[in-house]
Design a protein around this ligand. Structure first.
Ligand code: UD1
Ligand code: CA
Length: 463
């Protein structure tokens, strides 16, 4: 049966105390609402409609590559009013509507599938996804008369008995057109001056519709984000959940509580991750890698058995099998490090390819360069790729040897097997198998220092 999804995301989020809309706050690499959209997409609904406020252009921008539709809720008059805006956008759709909350980003795919399965199997008009809440909270209580669900009462409106109910509303529902038809009968809440979607339950109950409430998730999964404290907690839940998954699939963590991994990243078996490592975006880490402390890897791909030594930053780059990076190395976007290559201490690489087995072990800047296989880049080598106006390429062919403290003034090419002597400023191409030298010959002045100290002595005795 056809299913569409609505995501309510037009609320003001005043409890966040922020100039940024609540659902755009970042949660482990993605805006809160993006998590909801990505989960919704994985459900493969016919349509996804995100309800935004007229001021919510930021939300639209954040979702512009995600092929969702938008419905605008002119004023934030409550969750029922928001859903009405979406229903207008749906036209004559008459399947099941899965309603998600833009501020409940951690709900899992399997929980949503369970909800829809129960919804269909029990032929319910309304299925509520609920959970058991602990301690002090402001979730709506699920009110039952024996086992029949008769209402959801908001925290603000609950009496002392209702406040004791531990089953609460997650704000996620599966609704049939029979239920949607009753939206127009919801009256404004006199206290909050809003139309509460939760009032749909008592109306539907009094009309004899079938309502079910299903405790399929727990508080860590279904938590709503209204405050910075909840945002921070949700980040930790998601972090723990993601790492638990990798522990199960054979990845080791020395201190899992200090590591952050984007849920979209992938990690191979037997990889070992040291403390304070951050893996961002859609990074792919191969099997058997070791990532030492304090490194950040963003949108990058690491092959098998790669070693990342301490405090390295790797951005939008590829590191092939067996290569070693760091400590204190920086791979900037567009770098490709070949098999078994070595990029060492204080080396910065930008938009360059480094061939198999090549080494740049110390203190270098390699930008816009193409470096072949088995090349040795000496300490302090710098590609001068920028003349203040344009960027130029440096090519260093297979097997060449670049002496320490060399400057390569691009565009320039060092041919196969050539040598560049230490301290050379390479301004012209070096032919294959040649030696390039641009040093002024050394001059030794015999006895110079001796004469200088004699002069010094003379001055002292005069005083
Ligand atoms: C809501 C539920 C509550 C439930 C809780 C779960 C209502 C009345 N209450 O409360 O029973 O326990 O979620 O987290 O529904 N929104 C709009 N337009 C509006 C108002 C809200 O789009 O005019 C959106 C918000 O952006 C948010 C979602 O709807 O993503 C929920 O709104 P929020 O104000 O956070 O509701 P809660 O008070 O948390
Ligand atoms: Ca909320």
């Amino acid at each position: 049966m056809a299913m569409s999804t609505v995501i309510l995301a037009a609320g003001l989020g005043t409890r966040m105390k922020s100039a940024t809309p609540k659902v755009l706050h970042m949660l482990l690499g993605r805006p809160v609402v993006r998590h909801v959209v990505d989960t919704a997409k994985a459900m493969r609904p016919e349509k996804i409609i995100v309800v935004v406020s007229p001021a919510g252009s930021g939300v639209q921008d954040a979702l512009k590559d995600s092929s969702v539709s938008f419905a605008v809720q002119k004023t934030p008059k409550g969750t029922a009013d928001a859903l009405m805006a979406a229903v207008r956008e749906l036209g004559n759709f008459n399947g099941t509507l899965l309603v998600l909350s833009g501020d409940a980003p951690l709900v899992g795919l399997s929980t949503l599938r369970r909800l829809l399965t129960a919804h269909k199997r029990r032929k319910e008009d309304i299925s509520i996804l609920s959970f058991i809440a602990e301690g002090n909270h402001s979730y709506g209580r699920v009110v039952r008369n024996s086992s029949r669900v008769t209402a959801i009462v908001e925290n603000r409106d609950a009496d002392s008995t209702q406040k004791k109910i531990r089953e609460v509303n997650s704000g996620i529902y599966a609704l049939e057109p029979s239920a949607l038809a009753l939206l127009k009968d919801i009256k404004i809440n006199p206290r909050k001056k809003e139309f509460y979607l939760t009032d749909l339950i008592s109306i539907a109950s009094s009309r004899g519709l079938r309502i079910g409430s299903h405790i399929f998730g727990d508080e860590t999964e279904l938590t709503g984000i209204n405050t910075r404290a909840e945002l921070s907690l949700a980040g930790l839940y998601l972090r723990d959940r993601t790492i638990a998954g990798w522990l199960e699939r054979g990845v080791s963590f020395i201190d899992a509580k200090s590591v952050f991994i984007d849920p979209r990243a992938r990690i191979g078996m037997d990889t070992i991750i040291y403390p304070n490592v951050i893996i961002e975006g859609k990074s792919i880490i191969g099997p058997g890698c070791i990532i030492y402390p304090n490194s950040r890897i963003t949108d990058s791909r690491l092959g098998n058995n790669v070693t990342i030594k301490d405090s390295s930053v790797i951005e939008s780059s590829t590191v092939k099998e067996g290569a070693a990076i760091g400590p204190f190395a920086h791979l900037r976007p567009g770098s490709v490090i070949g098999k078994s290559a070595k990029i060492g201490n204080f080396v910065e690489i930008k938009k360059s390819s480094i061939g198999r087995n090549s080494k740049a072990s110390h203190l270098s800047y390699i930008g816009d360069a193409e470096i072949g296989e088995n090349v040795n880049i000496g300490a302090g080598t710098i590609t001068c790729n920028y003349d203040g106006l344009n960027k130029f390429r440096t090519v260093i062919e297979d097997g060449s040897f670049i002496g320490s403290d060399t400057q390569l003034v691009a565009p320039v090419k060092v041919g196969k097997g050539a040598y560049v002597g230490s301290g050379t400023t390479v301004t012209r191409d070096v032919p294959p198998m040649a030696l390039a030298l641009s040093r002024t010959p050394q001059l030794n002045i015999e006895g110079w220092a001796l004469r200088r100290s004699a002069e010094k002595e003379k001055k002292k005795t005069k005083k």
